[in-house]
Design a protein around this ligand. Structure first.
Ligand code: NAD
Length: 335
């Protein structure tokens, strides 16, 4: 059986996700939610969604009566994730919510509680966990291929050019580069070490005269300390492009670059640098996006917890709040 997804918010990333249902085995798209009726009608035709499956933000709650919708996928600006996740759970639907899960840990807790009350699953759109290179890097790290893990470095940034986007408006984004792209560096440090940080120390560099950075940060660099004694050095920014993960262990290293983009991943292992390029085994589906979409459907059908449930999103927001606090207060913050 294919479970039906309702896509909420027809922006850039929804446009990347919709064609991916063609690569899915257990998921299909059955509804669209948008404030722009003309766009919704056009996309509905393109992706085979019936007219009766088109909603706007005021009629959204009527989705409760649509038997063809099992899952609501929230692809809205970050500040709207909590509201639409909670409304979807109240409508009796399972939820896929984009990263960052919300703009605060408190909101994440409300989302988890709403889905638990409704007995619905909640998963966060951490697509890299279904991407073959990242999956293989995790397997290698966990199997001790690099020895005891001592250090993970992860840098994720891109050049934000348009000063008018919601991502640069704290009220809608909840923060700057860290909330948007830095969360990949944070995730990578956690999934490569398999550990949770006990302390963070962060430093910010933002030119507040730059019209892009009136309310959000540009560059943040932070370290994380893990219980085993391993450390992570992470960095994110909106003023230069970078996308890599580097793990140093007592017996060797694992490197990915680009690490977490939509495509083009490359990976190396070695004792003294990039000795060997690794071709990972295929992922669960032909693309990471389809793997992510089908994972939630399969978890619902088998009544299992997604590997990136709301708890995972909440943990990232807790650490993000600690990183911001550390940068603001100029001190190491324990978790
Ligand atoms: P976008 O600006 O392209 O799309 C946002 C959509 O929300 C638009 O259709 C817009 O009309 C709608 N919207 C409704 N109310 C709005 C409001 N008050 N202000 C602004 N837009 C409003 O953004 P996007 O790039 O599609 O990002 C959406 C979400 O997806 C974000 O949470 C982002 O972090 C996430 N995202 C994830 C990935 C990934 O690889 N997992 C990639 C891109 C974006």
């Amino acid at each position: 059986r294919k479970l039906g997804y309702a896509i909420v918010g027809l922006g850039g990333y929804a446009g990347r996700i919709l064609p991916e249902f063609a690569n899915c085995s257990t998921s299909r798209v059955t509804a669209l939610v948008s404030g722009d009726r003309a766009k919704a009608t056009e996309w509905a035709r393109k992706y085979g969604v019936p007219e009766s499956g088109i909603y706007d933000y005021t009629t959204f709650d009527r989705i409760a009566d649509n038997k063809d919708v099992d899952i609501v996928y929230v692809i809205l600006p970050n500040s709207m994730h909590a509201e639409y996740t909670i409304r979807a759970a109240k409508a009796g639907k399972h939820v896929m919510c984009e990263k960052p899960m919300a703009v605060s840990a408190a909101e994440c807790e409300q989302m988890i509680a709403a889905c638990a009350r409704a007995n619905r699953k909640l998963m966060i759109g951490y697509r890299s966990r279904f991407q073959p290179h990242n999956m293989e890097a995790i397997r290698l790290a966990r199997s001790g291929a690099a020895g005891k893990i001592r250090y993970v470095r992860s840098e994720h940034g891109f050049v934000m050019r348009d000063p008018s986007v919601w991502r640069l408006d704290r009220a809608r984004s909840g923060g700057g580069s860290l909330m948007d792209i830095g969360i990949y560096a944070l995730q990578a440090a956690r999934y490569m070490t398999g550990e949770e940080p006990v302390a963070v120390s962060a430093t910010e560099s933002t030119d507040r005269r730059d019209p892009r950075f009136r309310t959000v940060e540009d560059l943040l660099a932070w370290t994380m300390e893990f219980p085993s004694g391993a450390m992570a050095g992470c960095q994110t920014m909106y003023s230069a492009s970078q996308n890599r993960i580097f793990l140093a262990g007592t017996e060797g290293r694992i490197e990915l670059e680009p690490a977490t983009g939509y495509e083009g991943q490359k990976m190396w292992t070695g004792k003294n640098g990039r000795d060997r390029e690794v071709t990972p085994p295929p992922g669960p589906r032909s693309t990471q996006f389809a793997g992510q979409l089908d994972h939630l459907s399969e978890c619902i059908l088998a009544d299992r917890e997604p590997i990136v449930s709301g708890k995972e999103g909440l943990q990232d927001l807790r650490i993000i709040e600690a990183i911001y606090r550390s940068a603001r207060e100029g001190r190491r913050v324990t978790l």
